[in-house]
Design a protein around this ligand. Structure first.
Ligand code: HEM
Length: 151
């Protein structure tokens, strides 16, 4: 396996780890938390956090390496890949900011509500919305990644 292919493989594995984790939490653990109690979601999210942020670091680092393999800048711009890449980069920034808000603001808010026996509903609602936004942006970013590869 060549170096660039190995890095692209790691890029895609990182995407699977990050987005797969969000998908599972949003569509399996989230609905279960609203029915049978939020403790399991809070615990699962706490355990998922290092995996998620390792995957995000891997995706971003390998992504920057991938950029260096696209070819001469003039050719990248002429093929349209430069514009796709700029759009992708902005959306990835937004995804990382939303994920940080979820993991470092809303999850602690949920843990505090559970510890104080308050209503976890507002924190669960915010987490559900943040997950939906990350998944929506991920769908667009995956499309842009494939389009960049083929430009
Ligand atoms: C700063 C962050 C990122 C950068 C700079 C980046 C950059 C790139 C580049 C340059 C390619 C083309 C590689 C090639 O054709 O050799 C690529 C492919 C791809 N990227 Fe990213 N990426 C980033 C984050 C992401 C994220 C967050 C996702 C998904 C949510 C993603 C999904 C993909 C996919 C699916 C491919 C296509 C692989 C293929 O066609 O073989 N990337 N990325």
């Amino acid at each position: 396996m060549s170096g660039p292919l190995l890095v692209l493989w790691l890029h895609v594995l990182g995407v699977v780890g990050w987005i797969g984790g969000v998908l599972y939490q949003a569509h399996v653990l989230g609905p279960a938390a609203r029915r049978v109690g939020a403790e399991a979601l809070a615990e699962a999210a706490r355990r998922a956090r290092p995996i998620t942020w390792t995957a995000i670091s891997l995706v971003v680092l390998t992504g920057f390496y991938n950029v260096t393999r696209l070819g001469p800048p003039a050719q990248v711009l002429a093929s349209g890949a430069g514009l796709l890449l700029a759009g992708k980069f902005m959306l990835v920034l937004a995804m990382v900011a939303l994920e940080a808000q979820r993991d470092f603001a809303q999850m602690p808010r949920l843990a505090r509500a559970l510890a104080a026996r308050d209503d976890p509903g507002p924190a669960l609602g915010a987490i559900a919305w943040l997950d939906r936004l990350v998944l929506l942006l991920a769908a667009v970013v995956v499309y842009l990644g494939l389009a960049i590869s083929r430009a």
